[in-house]
Design a protein around this ligand. Structure first.
Ligand SMILES: Nc1ncnc2c1ncn2[C@@H]1O[C@H](COP(=O)(O)OP(=O)(O)O)[C@@H](O)[C@H]1O
Ligand SMILES: [Mg+2]
Length: 249
């Protein structure tokens, strides 16, 4: 059965999508089969894995709205399978809120779970209905934080929200770990931040840090797999180490 990991932080720009996309690639490079689910109407993860979604194409919105078969909505890209999203996801938001539909994602994914080793949810930068659906469907939560920018701000609220979903919808939900992203080895700030995080999450901070690496950005802009774009980059090295840490503990 797949390990289902929600990658979430209500703060934008911390590295959620980068983690989702590059971790999927690293898991694939480690011999695992990943499925990525894009839960952000900005569709950044979908774009990063090379997709350009036209308006008439099937996305997560249609899967949930039409209660379709997930298998029909999965797109196989060069490095991961993905259920893509685009701007149309917004249309769904209000409907789901009105119906208090927190477990739609969980339900639609059940039939395909057995086909994957990992299902990664790339969450939007807010605690909205899609984040809630991801937390209700996931077994584990991963929180990327920006090592250089007050990473503890907002974490208390995020942990409260996660606790709320755990109590009300998904008692099995566990914190997999906090991930220090955009780590700058030359800056004492990153090191201080890591130590501060370590004191708050002694058993839940990943040993692996994701260093600042321009190849990560360039690969995203080129819509290319980092492991093909530059397999010897620091980014590829860090995400492989992260995959290993997640697979082996
Ligand atoms: N390790 C990194 N090194 C350099 N740039 C990064 C790194 N991680 C993320 N970025 C860049 O930071 C920006 C925000 O990252 P993103 O993953 O989209 O964050 P989020 O999904 O949390 O909003 C993007 O432009 C991305 O390319
Ligand atoms: Mg994002």
């Amino acid at each position: 059965m797949a390990r289902k990991i929600a990658i979430t932080n209500q703060k934008g720009g911390v590295g959620k999508t980068t983690t989702a996309v590059c971790l999927a690639a690293a898991l694939r490079a480690s011999g695992k089969k990943p499925l990525l689910v894009d839960l952000d109407s900005q569709g950044n993860a979908s774009a990063a894995v090379g997709l350009i979604i036209e308006n008439d194409e099937r996305t997560l919105k249609d899967l949930i709205l039409e209660k379709g078969q997930a298998a029909d909505y999965i797109v196989a890209t060069g490095w991961t399978d993905i259920i893509p999203s685009n701007n149309s996801l917004k249309d769904l938001e209000e409907r789901l809120v009105r119906r208090q539909a927190w477990e739609m994602l969980k339900t639609v994914l059940e039939p395909v779970e057995a086909a994957y080793d990992f299902i990664l949810f790339d969450c939007p930068p807010s605690f909205n209905v899609f984040t809630k659906n991801a937390l209700a469907a996931a077994g584990e939560v991963m929180i990327p934080v920006d090592s250089g920018f007050f990473p503890l701000l907002g974490l208390k609220q995020l942990l409260e929200e996660i606790g709320f979903v755990k109590r009300s919808l998904n008692p099995k939900l566990e914190l997999l770990g906090v991930l220090a992203c955009k780590y700058d080895r030359r800056s004492s700030l990153s090191e201080q931040t890591y130590e501060t995080l370590k004191s708050h999450f002694p058993d839940k901070l990943f040993r692996t840090v994701i260093r600042v690496n321009v190849d990560i950005v360039k690969a995203q802009i080129a819509q290319q797999n980092l492991f093909e774009y530059n397999p010897s980059s620091k980014g590829a090295e860090d995400f492989l180490a992260l995959a290993k840490e997640i697979i082996h503990g």
